[in-house]
Design a binder for this molecule. Sequence first.
Ligand code: 5AD
Ligand code: SF4
Length: 440
Amino acid sequence: MGQKKYTIVTHGCQMNEHDSEKISWLLENMGYEWTDNKEESDFIIYNTCLVRENAELKVYGQIGALKSIKKENPDLIIGICGCMMQMEEIRNIILTKYPHVDIIFGTNNIHKLPQLMDRYKQTKDTVVDIVEDNREIVEAVDANRKYDFKAFINIIYGCNNFCTYCIVPYTRGREKSRKPENILEEVKSLAAEGYREITLLGQNVNSYGKTLSLNYSFADLLTEINKVDGIERIRFMTSHPKDLSDELIYAMANLDKVCEHIHLPVQSGSNRILKAMNRRYTAEDYIKLIEKIKNAIPDIAITTDIIVGFPGETEDDFNDTLELVKAVRYDSAFTFLYSVREGTIAANMDNQVDDSIKHDRFQRLLDTLYPIFYEQNLKYKNKVVEVLVEEVSKNNDKMLTGRTRTGKLVHFEGYKDLIGKLINTRITEIKTFTLGGHMV
Ligand code: 5AD
Ligand code: SF4
């Protein structure tokens, strides 16, 4: 018999993507080998997301479709993990409607996967193992990373903010920071392996350090990481506007490796809606903050998340969002239709917005945003910018793609031995979502 094969299907955010890299590391240590092909897999695992309904529904569809594969191959082991599994009601749906699922675990006990696999192999009964709170951070799991030049690193888990639309505080639990020495050790060992770019991950990186009682802030962490030889670019996400300090802006402006990009979700431009969302800032506060950031770091790219159709959103509220995006001039944005998440405060608000209105506003938001993205990109015309080369282009193997420090995707001609290198490109072509250039 050949080597056992596994596949992982990942939904959701970078946090989940990085968790899947950890699962992959565990499985490869158990002797499993990656495959893209579900039919030849011995173990298939779904790392799930609960932030919006469509991500949830997709998983039910995908798990349902495995029933026939499992019939053909009864030795196939099926696992589900991630945010959906942190919710008891959802675990019960899986247990009753999808009995062909073998292993269920959550976001706080990934490290136990080898044990859970053994338990399943011995009993052949569905194994369910959930840790409700994330009080303990397990440092023992490494990651089998997708790239060998850029890496995700967790710095803070969970979220204390309870934005009224969001399920994350219920799935990922309370905020908890990793110790700076553990983070620095990981950064240094990645640098020694040749990694050049790191992205520090957390639901709210600006709160980093608060649970440690060390008097150590996110800016302190950036300052320490900036000293690590070999690391050339430092990124982070996500930031909450209410916690973004002057100290952090100062650090971003003065630390040479911290990239000129900030992802700063605004969610809405209406003060009434921001209040109902429990965001704890006003549109005016947000715009002032953006001005401060732009003054300190003139070339910075600003990206955001926006929700349309939050309960009670009127045409006036929506227009405030349009006005805000015009004032800020975003480089890019993730836009979402508000999705009811059972268990959150907003799910019980009685003034839900009609789907047709939501869709209409969503389109109008995109119509406002896209010309702004294009105009922001026009600033790059004929400029020479540094790019970290990432991949061969999907539809042309002589074309490469890379990212600027500001996070813009650049297409240019070149050979694949440049992947992982920092090169300079002159930008000649401007599009809404990408730039085109030539190596110089
Ligand atoms: N509906 C729509 N979008 C949501 N987000 C979080 N919860 C919801 C929801 N219930 C969006 C927010 C957040 C991003 C990760 O997902 O914009 O910043
Ligand atoms: Fe959700 Fe708000 Fe926490 Fe972000 S800050 S994870 S939107 S509750």
